[in-house]
Design a protein around this ligand. Structure first.
Ligand SMILES: C[S@@+](CC[C@H](N)C(=O)[O-])C[C@H]1O[C@@H](n2cnc3c(N)ncnc32)[C@H](O)[C@@H]1O
Length: 253
């Protein structure tokens, strides 16, 4: 699944390319790190995740570490020129503690960047009416994450939290990720193609545990729901998209 996120992120990656266009010596990244390692062959890039998700043959300047980003970071202070955080959604219980680790370990003048999606599927033309299954899906994700004490809409909070952690020159950008090839714009069409596949392949994994453990559904009810969701997602009458928030900021010299 991260590979599909990587592909869609790669297509929309203007902000990332602006942010890291300085010469980075040390960079800490999540999967998607292969792109950065290729773009900056002089940088040492570390990809990090709780599970060994990175499958591609790594570039020579790319290292992958299985690590819990919520635990104390073992690198020296002021170590990284760039920390890139992508799609952690509701994974982190204590965001201020996480950003403090980022701040302490980024060198003065270095950057942080985070991309997070909102789970809601929306449309600008009313093609997803109220009560539609596409709305229901995001309502369920939010309800379930509240029940297990995490926030699925972290995208709304990252700008302020990054500022509160001490970073300066905080920039927030919003991007649309369509689901499906409905947009006329070629770049959005490309993103929509990848994002559709991401949704079709990801739905079961995203919903099974949340809905059975926190909302009282049976596994069969979840399977039935995700099958209906997949059918709906493929229906061209919908012009659905989700919003991706990208925030980047600098640690002052
Ligand atoms: C939606 S995936 C995104 C993967 C990747 N960052 C990307 O953008 O392609 C969320 C990832 O967060 C990882 N994750 C969750 N909690 C974590 C933690 N405490 N430390 C490190 N990684 C974590 C999961 O293992 C999963 O691979």
């Amino acid at each position: 699944m991260p590979d599909l996120e990587s592909q869609a992120s790669y297509v929309h990656s203007d902000a990332q390319q602006q942010t890291i266009s300085r010469t980075d010596k040390q960079s800490k990244e999540s999967p998607g790190c292969g792109d950065v390692a290729d773009m900056f062959p002089d940088a040492k890039v570390i990809g990090s995740d709780l599970s060994p998700t990175y499958k591609a043959t790594p570039a020579e300047n790319l290292y992958f570490e299985v690590d819990d980003c919520c635990s104390e970071w073992v690198y020296p202070p002021d170590h990284f020129d760039f920390v890139h955080v992508r799609f952690l959604y509701a994974s982190i219980a204590d965001w201020p503690k996480f950003y403090k680790e980022c701040f302490d370990h980024i060198a003065p003048g270095g950057y942080i960047e985070q991309s997070e999606p909102l789970p809601a599927l929306i449309s600008d033309d009313g093609s997803i009416p109220p009560g539609d299954i596409l709305h229901r899906c995001s309502e369920l994700a939010i309800e379930a994450s509240q029940k297990f004490g995490k926030n699925m809409r972290i995208a709304l909070l990252i700008k302020n939290m990054i500022k509160e952690a001490g970073f300066v020159d905080v920039v927030e950008k919003q991007y649309k990720w369509p689901v499906g090839e409905w947009p006329v714009d070629r770049k959005l069409k490309d993103i929509g193609r990848w994002n559709m596949q991401h949704w079709l392949e990801g739905l079961d994994a995203w919903t099974l545990r949340l809905l059975t453990q926190h909302c009282g559904w049976t596994p069969d009810e979840v399977k039935h729901f995700t099958a209906n969701m997949r059918t709906a997602l493929k229906n061209p009458k919908y012009h659905a998209y989700q919003t991706i928030t990208v925030v980047y900021a600098r640690k002052a010299q």
